[in-house]
Ligand binder design. Structure first.
Ligand code: PDD
Length: 278
């Protein structure tokens, strides 16, 4: 596998990050993840815009222009011959003696890799997945795509140990989002319900495309918070993310959602998303 590190493409086995990297010591960095279908980057401009925002919010210099990022991404896809999967990349504040204050002269560390993965034909898209609810124990700036993912690691591991594939994070009785995805329900009346953007959730790029597609399809949308109880009583539920597109959720805390099978609105939205991506 060929990865990208600080200006060079090299075999994964040869890619080394210094011990004193602030990403390693402090989680002092941000990241992005982008879906690839038929060798094409999906919604890349929106992902790069979010990266620019994350970097500005944590005051790390953006080392590349949008055009430069895009050509690096296209090159890593090409060098790995990846038709379908995920591109991960992160920028940390760089290497310096351990000290909380920003270093004076550190260069940002840039790392990028690909993960080949079947997204369009993922088995979970047909069967649907299970989620369990867990307390949202993250920090107050979840709108920044920070590489600090300890709360998500713990939440998703708890979900796995409960036999589920994703955790739905809960704060004050309301679902914020998934451990690594945006969360949606469909009411018995057929409206999509999704939490509005704020510092409480990541502004999902797939979420944004999904909202545009549902509007074009004339599906009613309620942008508001929803409770765990409402999710239990929903007709359908689904998640979105760059690495999964749209995935049906068929149980929440072991209770079947609707008839316990992927719902018609979810299936339709997944089809619409796939035709947009292609
Ligand atoms: N996760 N919410 C959280 C907390 C996320 O980590 C993600 C993405 C999303 C969905 O955002 P998008 O549609 O832009 O991928 C929502 C990525 C895929 C990850 O960490 O692997």
């Amino acid at each position: 596998r060929i990865v990208f590190l600080n200006g060079s493409f090299l075999p994964l086995e040869e890619a080394r990050v210094p011990f004193m990297d602030r990403g390693f010591l402090f989680g002092d960095g941000v990241y992005e993840g982008i879906g690839v279908l038929d060798g094409q980057l999906i919604d890349n401009d929106a992902h790069l815009e979010r990266l620019e925002r994350s970097l500005a919010e944590v005051r790390i210099r953006n080392p590349y222009s949008r055009a430069e990022w895009t050509s690096l991404q296209e090159e890593i896809v090409r060098r790995n011959g990846m038709a379908e999967g995920f591109i991960y990349f992160q920028v940390t504040r760089g290497v310096a003696e351990r000290d909380f204050f920003f270093p004076e002269n550190a260069e940002p560390t840039v790392a990028m890799f690909t993960q080949a993965k079947a997204i369009a034909d993922a088995p979970a898209a047909h069967t649907g997945i299970a989620v369990v609810t867990v307390p949202d124990q993250r920090w107050a700036r979840r709108d920044i795509k920070s590489i600090n993912l300890l709360a998500q690691v713990l939440a998703k591991q708890a979900a796995k140990e409960a036999g589920a594939q994703e955790a739905w994070l809960v704060e004050e009785g309301y679902v914020t989002e998934g451990g690594s995805s945006s969360g949606f329900i469909v009411t018995q009346q057929g409206s999509i319900v999704v939490r509005p953007l704020s510092n409480a959730i990541l502004p999902g790029i797939t979420r944004k495309s999904l909202l545009r597609l549902s509007e074009e399809a004339g599906i009613p949308l309620e942008e508001r918070r929803f409770t765990v109880e409402e999710a239990y009583d929903a007709a359908e539920a689904f998640l979105t993310s760059a690495s999964n597109f749209v995935l049906p959720i068929v149980t929440i805390d072991g209770r079947p959602v609707g008839d316990g099978k992927p719902g018609p609105i979810t299936k339709r939205l997944r089809e619409l998303y796939l035709s947009m991506a292609r």
